[in-house]
Design a binder for this molecule. Structure first.
Ligand code: KIV
Ligand code: ZN
Length: 391
């Protein structure tokens, strides 16, 4: 198989990093339903869980492995034989199994989490990869807190784990600490200084503590990473993970980057709703790509421009992400153009004088009522009184 150098692999961790969020726990059947939708979306890898963490997580990895056939199914472990043994067992039915093992790489984690030294941690990293490799060919290694790690030590660790058999090397900005240029530089440094880097795919795994997860992931891809890890709706620990829908739509919108994925973007909206409902985690209305206001135009200037040519205010077609349609929301900030658009839709063509008159009544109504619906518009046209209007 010829490897396409511009292909970006999408690694979904909604069911692992996303599901770690308090209150978002799912049952195994719910996870299977989401996994099947992720398969339909076209993700390349599904991180199905952390099998050693609980019997429920173990069972979910088993059942997801049986339920999907196209994506690789991945199980997370710490760098211990015990974790790896359990993960191997959980992946028994997976057609394409992957073990995701790793350990802290920053001095902060080495000293204050493991009470250890750089040398001993390096040894544990290599041992874990070698051990996992006995059972599974596809091994991803994560260098936890790589965002704050010393770059020379990180490069040494990455070189050693690739030599031990890692096929993917994950460089997590676990704490969402890096600036985009810093994270991009890190990936560039690894690409240029790790001698055997061509034997592995570099993966970006960014958290959103400073709101930079998506920007950092893109910076990583621009500098040579070819796998992006994230979740649907950006759910995840603390401020969350990178939103898969954001990264994928950035690559689609900015074709000059020359990178592409295998994602069926039209499935985003429905899957976003499924994840939000099952995880009891509402999507903020202004969330990029999938928020309820992502394609709603409400100010008069924008509505007028949009109605003249959608592309004045629309860089993504709503239908490309499965969004029902763009909407022109009527508020007290709307202009005549938006009002006449909706009246025409309801079958009423008003001449200029009639529109001016109706617009005055409309503004009075809109100043007093949050949502203007079709009934309100018809009432305006037929000259009904506004006395029954409720705020
Ligand atoms: O954020 C992180 O470092 C992780 C690893 C376990 C991959 O989620
Ligand atoms: Zn993470």
């Amino acid at each position: 198989m010829i490897h396409d150098p511009n292909r970006v692999y999408v690694f979904d961790t909604t069911l692992r990093d996303g599901e770690q969020v308090p209150g978002c726990q799912l049952t195994t059947p719910e996870k299977i339903e989401i996994a099947r939708e992720l398969e339909a979306l076209g993700v390349d890898i599904i991180e199905a869980g952390f099998p050693v963490s609980s019997p429920g997580d173990f069972q979910s990895v088993v059942e997801i492995s049986k339920s999907v056939s196209k994506p690789t199914v991945c199980a997370l472990t710490r760098a211990t034989k015990g974790d790896i043994d359990v993960a191997v067992e959980s992946l028994h039915y997976a057609k394409r199994p992957r073990i995701h093992t790793g350990i802290g790489s920053s001095d902060m984690h080495i000293k204050h989490k493991f009470n250890s030294t750089r040398e001993k941690i390096l040894e544990r990293a290599v041992d874990a990869v070698k051990y996992a490799k006995r059972f599974v060919e596809d091994i991803e290694f994560y260098a936890e807190d790589a965002g704050r790690a010393d770059i020379h030590y990180l490069a040494q660790m990455i070189e050693a784990v690739i030599a031990a058999g890692a096929t993917v090397v994950n460089i997590p900005d676990t704490n969402g600490y890096c600036l985009p240029n810093q994270y991009g530089e890190k990936i560039k440094f690894l690409k240029e200084n790790v001698q055997n880097i061509d034997k592995a795919i570099i993966s970006v795994h960014c958290h959103n503590d400073l709101g930079l997860a998506t920007a950092n992931s893109i910076a990583g891809l621009e500098n040579g990473a070819r796998q992006i890890e994230g979740t649907i709706n950006g759910i995840g620990e603390r401020a969350g993970n990178t939103s898969i829908e954001e990264v994928v739509m950035i690559l689609k919108t900015h074709q000059k980057l020359g990178l592409h994925t295998n994602i069926n973007t039209r499935n985003f909206y429905e899957l976003s709703h499924m994840v939000s409902t099952q995880m009891r985690m509402p999507v903020q209305p202004n969330k990029a790509i999938v928020g309820s206001n992502a394609f709603a135009h409400s100010s008069g200037i924008h509505q007028d421009g949009f109605l003249k040519n959608r592309e004045n205010y629309e860089i993504i077609k709503p239908e490309d992400v499965g969004f029902p349609s763009a909407s022109i929301v009527l508020t007290a900030r709307s202009g005549r153009h938006a009002l006449s658009f909706h009246l025409e839709r309801l079958g009423h063509h008003l001449d200029r004088a009639e529109l001016d008159e109706t617009y005055k009544s409309f503004l009075t109504l809109a100043d007093n009522k949050l949502n203007i619906n079709d009934d309100d518009l018809l009432t305006l046209v037929y000259g009904q009184s506004f006395s029954k209007v409720s705020k």
